[in-house]
Design a protein. Structure first.
Length: 415
């Protein structure tokens, strides 16, 4: 009798356990998907941070805060635009808030600062703007995927365009003295020089420089154009002071130098600036027009680099969450889906993720023009399906040092 009673009790316990498993799984699915969002609200990069927040908010509003059948809890953290702040806020999101995925940070140096921690904790991270080359090149992080571009990716086609289409032979470079500025300028330099041009000067103002007057005074006059590589509000201040000092040379630029987020504050000093980017609010497609109209309705301004970067991160997270049937708690499966999404489509067009976690996508050569009473980045040429390695063989590309202040070597710099 005792044995029968024990058997009955064990069977009952087993039945309860069996019913609890699906209940526990179901309970996990009813919890919100927690997205940590690293942004910048103060300092030189705050304009981009504001756009990033607008991008993710627009994405979630359009979906009624639902992804893959689950509610979304967005937890925003301000890094202050510095490496220490980025690391502290990342740790809080992972350890206190228990986020399932992080979108951010904004700057390349912030992404580099949290790289080891992301690897150690195996936290999926989707980068909407942080473009540090080696995060998707020589030191790829398996828990990292990017929705924008590597730093040099849009500037390599621009180098070819400057040499082949514009016929420029000599260019002076001035760019922010941090990783993003170094890498954007170096990507341009390498391809420009491979196509017969010469970069004859490089100037590196600090990211938070108070005034560009002394740098404008140093720019060589015997060049065909100036390449300006700036982020945040620095492009606005540089272009304004360049023209105020009477310098009328043509200007080439990185995507962020005349990004839509700052272009709205510019005047005639920006007219004619030619840049390379993976997006322009002037792309003439139904999806881009819909996105631009939605952003204007919601925020009263055209979306740009940072807006679409964050919005696209939402698109990628949604696509991956659907691929794992909403089970984002399975970190390995979720990360695999993030890095292998197949074709993704948003306002820039269609794109895919390469084996290193970086998009292969169209790169647009843009020229600032005034249309309808406002400045716009008109698309003048499209380079389709551009890799972060440009036309170079990936193995050879990766064998060389990462782009930096002096890579490629400044062999043409004149005294």
């Amino acid at each position: 009798m005792l044995i029968k009673s024990l058997r009955a009790a064990l069977c009952a316990a087993g039945a309860v356990a069996a019913t609890l498993l699906p209940l526990q799984s179901s309970h996990a699915q009813t919890e919100p998907i927690r997205i940590g969002f690293l942004t910048v609200r103060t300092g030189a990069l705050a304009a981009g941070g504001k756009q990033m927040e607008e991008g993710i908010q627009l994405f979630l509003k359009e979906r009624n805060n639902m992804i893959a059948g689950r509610k979304v809890e967005l937890i925003i953290a301000d890094t202050g635009g510095n490496p220490a702040g980025a690391k502290t806020k990342t740790q809080e999101l992972v350890e206190r808030n228990k986020v399932h995925v992080i979108i951010g940070p904004l700057a390349a140096f912030e992404a580099l600062a949290i790289d080891d921690y992301i690897r150690q904790t195996k936290t999926p991270i989707v980068a909407p703007s942080a473009a540090a080359e080696d995060l998707t090149q020589r030191k790829p992080n398996p828990w990292f995927v990017r929705t924008s571009t590597s730093s040099a990716q849009p500037n390599q086609p621009l180098g070819e365009y400057a040499a082949k289409t514009l016929g420029y032979k000599r260019v002076a470079i001035i760019a922010d003295d941090f990783a993003y500025g170094h890498e954007t300028a170096s990507g341009f330099q390498r391809v420009f020089e491979d196509n017969g041009g010469k970069v004859v000067q490089k100037l590196w103002p600090p990211l938070n420089v108070a005034d560009y007057g002394s740098y404008v005074g140093q720019l060589k006059g015997n060049v065909d154009a100036i390449y300006a590589g700036f982020a945040g509000a620095n492009g606005l201040r540089f272009l304004k002071q360049l023209r105020e000092y009477g310098n009328k040379l043509p200007v080439l630029g990185s995507a962020t130098t005349t990004d839509e987020g700052i272009l709205k504050q510019m005047g005639d000093e920006a007219l004619g600036v030619i840049s390379g980017s993976w997006y322009s609010a002037a792309i003439d497609t139904p999806e881009s027009k819909r996105f631009v109209a939605a952003a204007n309705k919601e925020f009263g301004a055209d979306p740009g680099y940072y807006t679409l970067g964050a919005y696209s991160s939402g698109v990628l997270v949604e696509q991956a969450a659907k691929a794992v049937n909403g089970k984002v708690e399975d970190k390995e499966a979720f990360m695999k889906a993030l890095r292998n999404p197949g074709t993704v489509k948003d306002a820039r067009g269609e794109w895919k993720v390469d084996e290193y976690g970086n998009p292969v996508q169209n790169i647009y050569i843009r020229k600032v023009e005034r249309k309808g009473g406002k400045l716009v980045n008109t698309v003048v040429k499209t380079y389709p399906n551009v890799s972060q390695f440009w036309t170079y063989e990936p193995k050879a590309f990766l064998a060389a040092p990462v782009y930096s202040r002096d890579v490629p070597p400044s062999k043409n710099i004149e005294p």
